[in-house]
Design a binder for this molecule. Structure first.
Ligand SMILES: Nc1nc2c(ncn2[C@@H]2O[C@H](COP(=O)(O)OP(=O)(O)O)[C@@H](O)[C@H]2O)c(=O)[nH]1
Ligand SMILES: [Mg+2]
Length: 304
């Protein structure tokens, strides 16, 4: 067995990335890792699983946990997503809380921080994101408000999109990161598997292509993920798009199948880049009435 020499001052830890929907948590994770491990859309509640992403350097290893946005749930799926976000704080060494500078630090943020810190005193770092849109933020006032609830390690204004101040943010994280071992292999990037990546990329294109409630009430399940039997050079991915009502199926398919074709094409192009393979992508649409209200289906689709 190969043993690795780890310096005594090596630092490591789990960092939960938390915040309301759409503040830029997944964008930040991808930017910090330099790879797209989480899908991103302009719509809230895009992230449905805790996603692990590992940043490994000579002197530290940070295991980031991207989480679903914390909101007031209106159905069972929402409830489960919020629970899953909070549960990421159970094992975290640092909580990285994000807000969107355009929306400021509001009563919902306070409520979330209060809820987390009623039971824990995990070090907290706040990142004020999207300063490329609004850089006019009163950091001192935010700090005062947080200090009424808990201590805060640092507040860093950033732009996850442009990468602004991410070095400062990392610096603040490393300052309070505990000494510890490598938890994952040096080259391990994420726990999102290949078939799940395919499902997520398809879901990203679906969310972008559709409006109203369809994005929040659909799921994507990859059923086939293997080289094509008659031509192994081509990779065969067959996925089911699950919707909650028959009207939604018509919307996903679109007039003369135009919309599903568009979703399929943009997903295929991106997946061919990610996997560096020619892909034959087959999409079917299935109706599971009100699946997002039912534990059985929520579990079956992997959001538990
Ligand atoms: N202008 C700007 N937009 C951002 C920034 N970070 C994220 N976004 C956008 O905000 C939206 C939500 O981002 P996402 O990462 O999915 O947010 P999440 O729900 O918190 O994971 C997307 O349209 C992103 O492109 C940023 O620093 N600046
Ligand atoms: Mg997200």
């Amino acid at each position: 067995m190969l043993t690795e020499l780890i310096p005594d001052d090596f630092k490591s830890g789990f960092i939960a990335i938390l915040g309301r929907p759409n503040v830029g948590k997944s964008t930040l994770l991808n930017k910090l890792l330099g790879e797209k491990v989480a899908i991103i859309t302009p719509k809230p509640q895009t992230t449905r699983n805790r996603i692990l992403g590992v940043l490994d350097k000579e002197n530290f290893q940070i295991v980031f946990i991207d989480t679903p946005g914390i909101h007031k749930p209106i159905h069972r799926l929402g409830e489960i997503l919020v629970k899953s976000a909070y549960s990421a704080t159970r094992d975290s060494d640092i909580n990285l809380f994000l807000i969107d500078s355009a929306n400021g630090f509001n009563s919902e943020d306070i409520e979330i921080i209060r809820k987390i810190y009623s039971k824990s005193n995990t070090p907290l770092i706040l990142a004020v994101n999207k300063i490329d849109i609004n850089s006019d933020i009163d950091i001192d006032e935010i700090e005062r408000k947080i200090r009424t609830i808990t201590d805060i390690g640092a507040i860093v204004p950033i732009s996850a999109l442009n990468g602004t101040n991410l070095d400062l943010l990392l610096g603040e994280i490393i300052k309070i990161l505990p000494n510890g071992p490598r938890y994952y292999d040096k080259d391990f990037l994420t726990d999102v598997g290949n078939a799940q990546t395919a499902a997520e990329i398809i879901r990203e294109k679906l969310i972008i292509a559709l409006h109203q409630e369809v994005p929040y009430q659909s799921a994507v399940i990859v059923e086939t993920f293997e080289p094509k039997k008659d031509n192994p050079k081509i990779f065969h991915i067959q996925a089911n798009i699950i919707v909650a009502r028959s009207g939604q199926k018509a919307l996903v398919i679109g007039t003369k199948g135009k919309r599903i074709k568009q979703i399929g094409t943009s997903a295929r192009i991106e997946l061919e880049k990610i996997f560096d393979k020619k892909i034959f992508l087959e999409l079917w649409v299935k109706i599971r009435p009100d699946w997002f209200k039912k534990d059985k289906f929520i579990k079956e689709y992997g959001y538990y």
